[in-house]
Design a protein around this ligand. Structure first.
Ligand code: IMP
Ligand code: MG
Length: 193
């Protein structure tokens, strides 16, 4: 039973099983050693918490904060650093964990910033991607689902700080339109859900 009335795009179960698949790939891809998961606040915190527990190798966690959206549903095109890392990442394998890639502006800004700190590697895990919206070239190494160009909330994603606690990813519709049923058991990187 759902705890809200918004149309569901991805169910908690679809997300759980996809996170598990991504974690198995991450485990297989990295050499032995600690992996630094860097979550982009605040939206990525739920995805990061699940990913960190699904990955079997040792992980360390840190967070970086950006803001560009305020209470609007499209990017202002400017990124502001609101919280920096607490740790040094020099020589480290870094996996940046993001909730959703929209224009790609946040991610490309952060990747540029993080490379200046001399990590050994930087890869990106993103739960969601809206490929139609990209304005910057972005490489997502571990992608949960491609989604259509709709504003979504839940599983950490917000609108004006609301809805982050929903277990499903839902479509936010101002006037409450018709339901968009969740499709398929698993999203693949190249297939829209
Ligand atoms: P970008 O810089 O345009 O790629 O925006 C990335 C950030 O915008 C994400 O980390 C989210 O915080 C936010 N964002 C983009 N699209 C959505 C959405 O559909 N729902 C909620 N937040 C979003
Ligand atoms: Mg975000």
């Amino acid at each position: 039973m759902s705890d809200h009335s918004l149309p569901v795009l991805l169910t908690a179960e679809q997300i759980r099983s996809r996170v598990e698949e991504l974690a198995r790939r991450i485990d297989a891809d990295y050499p032995d050693g600690t992996l630094y998961l860097i979550g982009i606040l605040k939206g990525a915190c739920v995805f990061l918490a699940d990913l960190a527990r699904a990955i079997r190798r040792p992980v360390r966690l840190d967070f970086i904060g950006t803001s560009s959206y305020g209470s609007r549903t499209s990017s202002s095109g400017e990124v502001k650093l609101t919280k920096d890392l607490d740790v040094t990442i020099e020589g480290a394998d870094v996996l940046v964990v993001e909730d959703i890639i929209d224009t790609g502006i946040t991610l490309s800004y952060l990747i540029h910033l993080l490379w200046q700190r001399n990590p050994r590697s930087i890869r990106v895990a993103a739960l969601l991607d809206k490929p139609e919206r990209h304005q910057r070239p972005v490489t997502i190494d571990y992608l949960g689902f491609c989604i259509p160009n709709k504003f979504v909330v839940g599983y950490g994603l917000d609108y004006n700080e609301e809805y982050r606690g929903l277990r499903d990813v839902c479509v936010l519709e101002e006037g409450g339109g018709e339901s968009i049923p969740a499709r398929g058991q698993r999203g693949r990187d190249s297939e829209p859900v």
